[in-house]
Design a protein around this ligand. Structure first.
Ligand code: NAD
Length: 475
């Protein structure tokens, strides 16, 4: 297969015509089980063959992206999803028996899973391969055709996605549309049969408004501030280690990264020391270190620097891990930074950080810490560090979040059957695994009436028998 990558698209295909073409082809012939399995197999083969191109494209887009991070979070999770879906697809596609209200026996019921048609997918830049291709995998598994718009901030990866998709799928089954926010706006105004958007909460609002005019159902995978809550008697060094891993991976540019930490105020300083030690252990150097991922572009780096300045101006104490190894980084580096007890008005406490800055807030009581979380938008992820079962149960019964990982960070994202999805301002709907198949299917209830049945009783003129039966059943 051609490995000369990153060729610019000749010119973006006209959106409405592309959708019409995909829809017409889908109406002519819907992908059956064999076709879906073959497509997914070919996709996996192609991803494996182009593993290095994916690593290189993402690294070039970021300035530098740690190879391990791309292999783990963009390549491996995608291949794992394909493997999982292929293993279960036949059983997911089978109609399922559904119990019938005994009053209607001997009729029978079933749920059948039908593809929706043409699904639109819009992806962000932070895991530019995974967040475009896993929704595609789930949509293809459910038997749909797909129009996919990757992010304009990762142009090399987006071009590569276009080329790989063109190598795997016929042009009337999957179309990749490159372009900026204006293309995104036009794309999300198309009358898709379903639209899955991954990105910021602000753009998510616009996407839902655009989809509303077509009554296109949406799955919104959005962002927000995901808290870590350390219980009073939890091993501080362990919590610091796990939070450092979650915060440093991809330089904090992870939707489910721990955004800020709530720690008992008596242990706040011990946590900060342990966290900075964990950071130094992971990244003894920053600029010349191939394990350190850059902040994607100068705009994002400036935003983070402005938020740091804003905190400084408010008198917030800041501690930074900023070793100078005398080299020039290939992209934007923001040193891992702790902001101590920033006020709620500080920018870092107002918006999702999406970078290696970590606000650490001390709390007095567990109730106060929970109230802090509950007083804000529902988080995309929540990380309680707690080994007290009763208190943990209370916490898990109280905080409503998109997903939770107890005593670690991020790893819930790699589980096939822990569906991905936010709640409230962090999103709606789910995908990954079986839930992804269901999201892109119509679960169609079908009732099969029996030849012999009692429905004639309900025809007027109403008999004494039906009146008595109804009196009895509603007494
Ligand atoms: P973004 O919202 O700026 O852009 C996402 C996509 O939307 C891009 O493809 C962009 O071109 C497109 N877009 C921009 N304006 C649009 C408009 N008006 N109409 C339609 N589409 C438009 O997000 P981003 O900066 O690329 O990504 C970061 C955000 O994504 C963070 O908030 C992060 O938390 C969130 N995110 C969420 C998840 C999740 O699974 N929930 C995963 C990754 C990232």
């Amino acid at each position: 297969m051609d490995t000369a990558l990153h060729r610019p698209a000749a010119s973006p295909p006209p959106l409405a015509e592309t959708l019409d073409r995909l829809r017409a082809a889908w109406q002519r012939q819907r992908p059956d089980h064999a076709q879906r399995m073959a497509d997914l197999d070919q996709l996996a083969v192609t991803i494996r063959a182009h593993r290095e191109s994916i690593v290189e494209a993402i690294s070039a887009d970021f300035g530098r992206r740690a190879r391990v991070e791309t292999l783990a979070a963009d390549v491996m999770v995608t291949l794992e999803e394909i493997k999982h879906v292929r293993r279960h697809l036949r059983s997911w596609m089978k109609p399922k028996r559904a119990p019938i209200n005994p009053l209607f026996l001997p009729a029978r019921g079933e749920i059948r899973y039908l593809p929706l048609g043409v699904v639109g997918i819009v992806a962000p830049w932070n895991y530019p391969f995974q967040l475009a291709i896993i929704p595609l995998v789930d949509a293809i598994a459910a038997g749909n055709h797909v129009m996919l718009k990757p992010s304009e901030f990762t142009p090399r990866t987006s071009a590569l996605i276009r080329e790989l998709c063109a190598a795997v799928f016929p042009a009337d089954r999957v179309a990749v549309i490159e372009g900026d926010a204006s293309v995104g706006a036009a794309f999300t105004a198309l009358p898709f049969d379903h639209l899955l958007f991954t990105g910021s909460t602000a753009v998510g609002r616009k996407v839902m408004a655009a989809a509303a005019s077509n009554l296109t159902p949406v799955t919104l995978e959005l962002g927000g501030k995901s808290p870590a809550l350390i219980a009073p008697d939890y091993d501080i060094a362990h919590a610091a280690e796990r939070i450092a891993t979650g915060k440093l991976f991809n330089a904090g540019q992870t939707c489910v990264a721990p955004d800020y930490v709530l720690v008992p105020e008596t242990q706040r300083d011990a946590f900060i020391s342990a966290y900075l030690a964990a950071v130094a252990k992971r990244h003894p150097q920053l600029a010349g270190n191939s394990d350190v991922t850059c902040v994607i572009n100068p705009r994002q780096a400036s935003r983070l620097r402005e938020w740091l300045d804003d905190a400084r101006q408010r008198g917030v104490a800041i501690r930074q891990h900023a070793p100078d190894d005398g080299t020039q980084a290939p992209g934007e580096i923001i040193p891992p930074t702790v902001l101590i007890d920033p006020p709620d008005e500080a920018r870092v406490m107002q918006e999702e950080i999406f970078g290696p800055l970590l606000p650490v807030k001390g709390y007095r009581t567990h109730e106060e810490a929970l109230a802090y979380i509950l007083g804000r938008d529902r988080p995309l992820a929540f990380y309680p560090f707690d080994r007290d079962r009763d208190r943990l149960e209370r916490t898990l019964d109280t905080v409503v979040a998109g997903s939770v990982c107890v005593n670690d960070t991020l790893i819930q994202f790699g589980q096939h059957e822990l569906p991905i999805g936010g709640v409230g301002a962090s999103g709606m709907g789910h995908y990954h695994g079986h839930q992804g198949f269901l999201t892109f299917s119509k679960a169609m209830p079908v009732m099969h009436q029996a030849r012999l049945n009692g429905m004639g009783l309900f025809d007027p003129p109403y008999s004494k028998l039906i009146k008595r039966v109804l009196d009895f059943l509603t007494r």
